[in-house]
Design a protein around this ligand. Sequence first.
Ligand SMILES: C[S@@+](CC[C@H](N)C(=O)[O-])C[C@H]1O[C@@H](n2cnc3c(N)ncnc32)[C@H](O)[C@@H]1O
Length: 237
Amino acid sequence: MLNEDKPHFYGRRQGRRLRKAKSTLMDSFLPSLKLNPENPLDFLPKGKKLYLEIGFGDGDHLAEHSKRNKDIYYIGAEVFKNGVANLLSLMTGIKKNEEISGEIALLPERSNNVKIWDNDIRLLFPLLPNACFDRIFLLFPDPWPKKRHANRRFINPENLKTLARLIKPGGILRVATDHNTYKFWTLRQMHQCPDFVWTATCGKDWKNPPADWVETKYQRKAIREGRRPVFLDFRRK
Ligand SMILES: C[S@@+](CC[C@H](N)C(=O)[O-])C[C@H]1O[C@@H](n2cnc3c(N)ncnc32)[C@H](O)[C@@H]1O
């Protein structure tokens, strides 16, 4: 039956069939890292920072950022099954062609500070309390460049209202894009949104990656194809 309340998702949920190792990671290891929708913040120790990455793709940024910052807790959201499997591979060190024998565990250099929401992030939003995130990353979101698809873009007044509810005052929404239309769209939407202020004071603040940046698959693709990414930080008022 059609669920009228469920937002429509336009992207891909699955690509190529997963190799055996990744399929095992999805079946046997993902359940231990999945967010508990009954009590989504039950893994967060009191007083610790919480970051959210929306649409983590292959997981390069989330895996590395969470490895570098063991004292920060993360929720990663991604609907694309192959991306989730890749993140699990990065976090366990298990490669796609590897034979898995014995118990699967996080790499010893990692701490257990990541929870995964393997679904549309918009379904998680209503389950989260106000002002729970210190930071939200939206890195290289699908640009939906055609005008008639503009309503599919993640940056829109409804989602911004929700993000403003979820980010603590002083917290950061970081958007990266390599797409000119999406850059201007984001700046216009953010300018019209009373809850955020753009932190940039000069060109290098948004033309160069921030200090804690980790390169992503889509960033590499953009650079290969001659597009220059921008990095836009907005502070919650
Ligand atoms: C263009 S890719 C960028 C991936 C990654 N951030 C990177 O920079 O390589 C956008 C990703 O966002 C995911 N995505 C789009 N809308 C989403 C949503 N509502 N909830 C969760 N993931 C979403 C897509 O499945 C896709 O993997």
